[in-house]
Design a binder for this molecule. Structure first.
Ligand code: PLP
Length: 381
């Protein structure tokens, strides 16, 4: 689509050509089932093992700690249900935060957990002390995302993980287990599972310029975890079902590329994000949602007074610009629970839209987006 400006990278990224080049020979030439004993099967199994190792390396883990899944939602469900299954003798209390993705909040609800939801402040930050204060003898799991998908706010998961670990050590327990949804993180944030003190970590391929239908859950060696799905022995029985080898290879390749590009892309996008925020804030009745500083370098979530966000998104789309009213997973016109958690009123929530930048974004795109918003708002107001 020529001349379109895509500013919705938090929802989905295009497939990188490196990932495609890694996948193509697999899709066309590797059809063996990795569980088969013959040469074709052994070849497939060896490719799959290499993908595990490559993904693990990106988060400083071991290959056998990586469980390949169909994406973030599945990884999150595996973590939540698996932790609750393992810890059922202890209880079913889970602690999470108000701005988690619907996949986390929904999985906790579906698992029938007794949940404590920790509020965030008006900038979107959570207090590690509040999380620790909510821990109980029956707490099985804590889940805190690395970076928020709607407002880009980055949580200090290292600090939170350390505080949880100190609480566990004091009681001589491995509980509560700690999960972090890092779906939005790898393009911009360093991930080292050891230093984050996580037992589980969720990764998503389509957020890192990899193929759809792929993702991973990191499960720390020896972390208590009960299997969720019944079936074969694939992924050491943790995710039964014949593996998506091309997806795993594409995801592994895309993730490695993202990690290699991380610092350069972060430095390139930061001034572009600032240019976008400043340009938009110059327009009357405009404000930024979420912390200005501790947010992903590609995220600008902006509220426009007296405007219907969905209408603005549709008008921008007609002008060739793709933005979003927030999480693609919300669907329909359900108001954002993330913006509500910042204490924003319904009008401001309804008038908010998210721009998320990525590899194709250039300064000219930012300037065109600002002018388009300005022109559309003049017509709408
Ligand atoms: N978690 C976060 C932070 C996300 O941004 C998303 C997708 O937007 C998900 C989970 C769910 O990902 P998927 O729909 O690919 O399973």
């Amino acid at each position: 689509m020529p001349d379109r400006i895509y500013l919705d990278y938090a929802a989905a990224t295009p497939l990188s050509s490196t990932a495609w080049m890694a996948m193509e020979p697999i899709l066309t030439g590797v059809w063996g089932n990795p569980s088969s004993l013959h040469t074709e099967g052994v070849q497939a199994a060896s490719i799959l093992r290499a993908a595990h190792e490559s993904i693990a390396k990106c988060i400083v883990a071991h290959g056998d700690e990586i469980v390949l899944t169909s994406g973030a939602t599945e990884s999150i469900n595996l973590a939540v249900f698996g932790a609750l299954k393992a810890g059922f003798m202890r209880g079913k209390h889970v602690v999470t935060i108000a701005t988690e993705h619907a996949a986390v909040l929904g999985a906790i609800h579906a698992a029938g957990a007794d949940v404590t939801i920790i509020p965030v402040d008006e900038r979107g930050h959570v207090d590690a002390d509040a999380i620790v204060a909510a821990l109980r003898d029956d707490t099985v799991l804590v889940s805190v995302m690395m970076a928020n998908n709607e407002i880009g706010v980055v949580h200090d998961v290292h600090h939170i993980g350390k505080a949880i670990d100190a609480w566990r050590k004091k009681r001589g327990s491995v509980y509560p287990l700690f999960h972090s949804d890092a779906s939005q993180a790898p393009n911009y944030l360093e991930i080292d599972v050891e230093s984050l003190h996580v037992d589980f970590l969720t990764l998503s391929s389509p957020k890192v310029y990899g193929p759809r239908g792929a993702g991973a859950l990191y499960i720390r060696r020896n972390a208590p975890w009960g299997s969720v799905f019944g079936g074969g022995k694939q992924e050491s029985g943790r995710r039964p079902g014949t593996e998506n080898i091309a997806g795993a290879v594409g995801f592994a390749s895309a993730l490695s590329e993202s990690v290699a590009m991380r610092d350069r892309e972060s430095s390139r996008l930061l001034p572009l994000r600032e240019r976008l925020i400043e340009g938009l804030l110059e327009i009357r009745g405009t404000s930024l949602n979420g912390d200005r500083i501790r947010r992903l370098p590609n995220n600008a979530n902006v509220a426009f007074d007296g405007i219907e966000g969905e209408e603005l998104v549709l008008r921008l789309d007609a002008a060739g610009i793709a933005a979003s009213t927030g999480s693609a997973c919300k669907g329909g016109s359900e108001p954002s629970h993330v913006l509500a958690a910042l204490g924003l009123f319904a009008d401001r929530i309804g008038g908010s839209i998210r721009f998320s930048l990525g590899r194709s974004t250039a300064a000219t795109d930012i300037d065109r987006a600002i002018s388009a918003v300005r022109e559309i708002l003049e017509k709408m107001r």
